[in-house]
Design a protein around this ligand. Structure first.
Ligand code: AMP
Ligand code: FE
Ligand code: FE
Ligand code: ZN
Length: 289
């Protein structure tokens, strides 16, 4: 997606080492500065752990920071990712709920390690937790630990032999429903956006998500072709959804760092703010009525 030089742009889909990225929040913001981004959102999987530090680094760098997360959910048998933007980081119910999903992730690591052990791969869960060093560990951390201990030669090999869906150490993850994810984001002041719809091509679930209160759809994403972006822009128009976009940068863990490769015009960030304000006003009038 190209924009004229000097136009304000945002990248609204970024990961740090608080989930499965490799950058620290500070390194991420250094890269954002280098990419001339006006605004960034941190969207680590099932956690907001890195948001405080990323927010501070953005403030020092003069970049607008949007606190976010990427929740894993399920709708009609499809795994989908729901981005939450402008989350209140102090919201205790939100923290408690995502804490449950962090526990699910930690228990799942133990189960994956147990299955590896049964295949005579003597990895220890503690090695994975030490390497992950965050509340929302996932398969990429198991893969890295397997490489580090010399059990496989590469991350790809770890996924191919053990971790991919239906491979011997793959463990399904308990997921919330899409409407629970959307509700959770709303009750913590946030705006809910369907992430990279083109990755799972599950267009048929969009109407149900709109019914559940979905606010927006990530039309621009590294893995969306121009044609796919156009397709989702049309869907956004049809359902009156906000438009977002982001690179889904995981730092150095998936080849080259992608931050800044998707450049969303800033007007869409303004619309996110407007939607959050609208929701806030509606909930306040509800409580005072
Ligand atoms: P999890 O949330 O623990 O299921 O892990 C999902 C993460 O694993 C995502 O960041 C994916 O990009 C990554 N992943 C999934 N499948 C593969 C694969 N075949 N090779 C490399 N990374 C993968
Ligand atoms: Fe990821
Ligand atoms: Fe995702
Ligand atoms: Zn992501």
């Amino acid at each position: 997606m190209s924009t004229s030089a000097g136009a304000r742009v945002a990248d609204l889909h970024l990961h740090t080492f608080y989930s499965d990225g490799t950058y620290s929040p500070q390194e991420l913001v250094e890269q954002a500065l280098r990419q001339n981004l006006h605004a960034v959102a941190l969207t680590d999987h099932d956690t907001v752990e890195g948001c405080a530090l990323a927010g501070q680094a953005c403030q020092a760098a003069g970049i607008e920071f949007i606190a976010g997360t990427e929740l894993t959910a399920e709708q009609d048998g499809h795994e989908i990712h729901v981005l939450g933007y402008l989350i209140d980081l102090q919201n205790s119910r939100f923290l408690k709920e995502i804490g449950k999903f962090q526990t699910v992730r930690q228990d799942r690591i133990r189960e994956m390690v147990h299955r590896l052990n049964q295949m005579n791969v003597p990895l220890q869960a503690e090695e994975v937790f030490a390497l992950a060093n965050c509340r929302a560990p996932g398969r990429p951390h198991v893969a890295r630990a397997l490489v580090q201990a010399g059990f496989v030669g590469s991350l790809d090999e770890a996924f191919e032999r053990f971790l991919k869906k239906n491979r011997p150490a793959w463990v399904p993850k308990f997921k919330m429903s899409a409407s629970e994810a959307i509700g959770l984001i709303h009750q913590s002041g946030g705006v809910a956006v369907m992430a990279h719809p083109g990755l799972n091509r599950s267009d048929e679930i969009i109407p149900a998500m709109v019914q559940a209160g979905l606010d927006g759809i990530e039309c621009f994403h590294t893995k969306h072709s121009a044609a796919l972006s156009d397709h989702y822009l049309q869907i956004a128009g049809r359902f009156n959804l906000l438009i977002t976009g982001g690179s889904d940068c995981h730092g150095l863990s998936k080849g080259r760092p992608l931050i800044g490769s998707v450049r969303l015009p800033y007007e869409h960030v303004e619309k996110l703010h407007a939607r959050a304000a609208q929701r806030k006003a509606a909930s306040e009038s509800h409580f005072s009525a």
